[in-house]
Design a protein around this ligand. Structure first.
Ligand code: CA
Length: 220
């Protein structure tokens, strides 16, 4: 899952990134509203964490622009402690949830998981797909009831694919989900990870859509 973090407080942004990366999220970070709007408009993110007090365009303005353009990306707003008005306006402007600073990072993680579940229309915390069970909270995976350990990238990739069966995931989207902006991408890495996943589960788990990307079929 790929998250855009919009926060001008560098220390807080560092803390959030450090907390989220081990959870299997790819986090890209921008520090002002204009960059946020640009990133969210031009690229695909599964979720945005949006501070409201931002340079160059405040968070509410970013949100207003997004929703005016019918961009449905789930947004969790971060607000300062004393601004009830901001929270209300944020929700009315199209935020999906909010957290008041300072917040507990465990609560942030739980809210992100809940938002992502909602955005994929999935009431159950764990994903189940043809004998595979993936729990985004505990990071446990089982296949036919047996525990499977996956390296981080393979976990991310599997999560990305089985979250939306029947939907073709382009190479670009998958690569962004795995690497974000700051990591160098080895152009063969995606194929290698896919190959490993097919071996660890079953070959027909992931279909190659030639020239486009990959797909897991809708479970029958
Ligand atoms: Ca701020």
């Amino acid at each position: 899952m790929r998250i855009l973090l919009v926060e001008d407080d560098v220390a807080l942004a560092d803390g959030i990134q450090m907390a989220l990366k081990p959870e299997g999220y790819t986090v890209d970070w921008v520090q002002d509203g204009r960059s946020a709007l640009h990133a969210l408009t031009g690229e695909s993110f599964d979720l945005a964490i949006l501070d409201l007090g931002l340079p160059r365009m405040d968070g509410l303005e970013v949100l207003r622009n997004l929703r005016a353009a019918a961009n449905p990306v789930p947004v969790l707003v971060l607000t300062a402690r004393d601004s009830t008005n901001d929270r209300i306006t944020g929700l009315d402007t199209g935020a999906d949830d909010y957290l008041v600073k300072p917040f507990d990072v465990a609560e942030l993680k739980a809210r992100l998981r809940a938002l992502l579940r909602r955005s994929f229309n999935r009431p159950q915390p764990a994903l189940e797909y043809r004998g595979i069970r993936l729990d985004p909270a505990s990071h446990e995976i089982t296949f036919a009831g047996n525990p499977v350990n996956l390296p981080r990238k393979e976990f991310l990739l599997l999560h990305e694919l089985i979250a939306q069966p029947g939907r073709v995931m382009t190479r670009d989207k998958l690569q962004q989900a795995l690497y974000g902006w700051n990591e160098d991408v080895d152009s063969n890495a995606l194929e290698v990870h896919i190959h490993h996943l097919r071996k660890k589960f079953f070959p027909e788990l992931i279909r190659t859509v030639r020239g486009v990307g990959y797909l897991v079929d809708k479970a029958r």
